[in-house]
Structures are given as C-alpha cells and as structure tokens.
Ligand binder design. Structure first.
Ligand code: ADP
Length: 193
C-alpha cells in the first residue's frame, strides 16, 4: 500500500499516519520528522533547513525530493509507505511521479484531510500545551507567527497539489473535523472503496 496524506498543518496527518502504520505494517515517511531529525543532528541538510523551518516557510524542493528518494530505497519501504508532508508543492508531486514511474510503482491512494482553517491554530496551541505538560519540547514552528506563515505556504503551494491529484481523479477527500476515530474509519472506507 502506497499512500499520500494531504492536508494543512494541524489537520491530523501524523495522528492518522500512525494508525495506518499499525494497520498496514508500512512505514510513515514524514518529511517534517526527517527534517527535524536532520536539524537536531546538525547535518548539512539540517543546517540548510533550520531557519526556513523555524520561520514557517518551505524547505527547497531539491532537498526534500532528495530525502524522500533516499528514504524510499530503504528496505522497510519496499512494500509500501505513507507519505506525510510530501509532496507539498506541485514540483514535488511531479518529482514523485517520476520516482515511482522509474520503479514501476503506483500510488494506491491520495487522501486529503479537509479541515476548517479557523480550527487549526487552536489545534496547534493544544498540541504545544500537551507537549509542555508531558515535559517535552515544543516545536520551534508551533507559535502564532510561524503558524500563520505555514498556513500561507499551505494555501499558496500545497493546496495546488490537491488540485493536481484531483484533476487526475485520484484524490479522495475525508472530513478532518470529525473525531480521530471517525476520521480513521473514513480513511479506511475511502481506501477500501
Ligand atoms: P506541519 O505540522 O506544519 O504539517 P511538518 O512537520 O510536516 O509540518 O513540517 C514542518 C516543516 O518542515 C514545514 O513547515 C517545512 O518548513 C518543512 N517541510 C516538511 N516537509 C516539507 C516538504 N515536503 N517541502 C518543503 N518543506 C517541508
């Protein structure tokens, strides 16, 4: 099973990806997680990505396409994967098409979580508060200024990715405002149908 999860920041992609990992036994490939790990480790990619991530902007297509191409070569991704946070631009979607075509692979599903933009900031604030309460470190981009920029990046650069897949008839849309369990059920059902 090869899936793409689309949706704005705070839509619940990570939460649903975790459940899909368990259900299908395939890895979640989150470019956000991979980039945060690179920043933490201080790798060349991390050094390049740090400032733009903290401000809420997008890292260059070249960097993320390279990261995903490498990650898809790892043995655990042979039987499938869930892409979370990638593709985030139409150029990334086109690069993904080329990558998959070369391997003779096809996506089984592209699922978009539709969420009311007004609810997103509140979700991010809740996530930051829960992280703090659990003694964790809040993401550098989970603050109002960076979040506003993430939403603009989403509207301008990532919403067109949904249109790209919709125009090919491969996009499935799920109501991301429903409860976590209901969203999971809705995803299972669009993937089965
Ligand atoms: P969110 O919770 O906002 O969906 P992610 O954890 O997916 O965030 O990503 C955090 C940040 O990492 C993004 O704001 C962006 O700077 C960078 N990033 C992640 N994936 C990509 C991508 N595919 N292209 C460009 N930048 C990315």
């Amino acid at each position: 099973m090869k899936l793409v999860l689309l949706g704005p920041p705070g839509a619940g992609k990570g939460t649903q990806a975790e459940r899909l990992v368990k259900k299908h036994g395939i890895p979640q490939l989150s470019t956000g997680d991979m980039l945060r790990a690179a920043v933490k480790a201080g790798t060349p990619v991390g050094l390049q990505a740090k400032a733009v991530m903290e401000s809420g902007g997008l890292v260059s297509d070249e960097i993320v396409v390279g990261i995903i191409a490498d990650r898809m070569e790892e043995p655990d991704a042979v039987n499938g994967f869930i892409l979370d946070g990638f593709p985030r631009t139409v150029a990334q979607a086109q690069a993904l098409d080329v990558m998959l075509e070369k391997k003779g692979l096809k996506l089984d599903g592209i699922v978009e979580l539709k969420v009311d933009e007004n609810a997103l900031m509140a979700r991010i604030e809740k996530r930051a508060a829960e992280t703090l309460a659990a003694g964790g470190v809040v993401r550098a981009d989970d603050n109002p200024d960076a979040f506003k920029k993430r939403l603009v990046a989403y509207r301008e650069q990532t919403a067109p990715v949904s249109a790209y897949y919709a125009s090919r008839g491969t996009l499935k849309t799920v109501d991301g405002m429903a409860s976590i369990d209901d969203v999971t059920r809705a995803i299972d059902s669009v993937l089965a149908g």
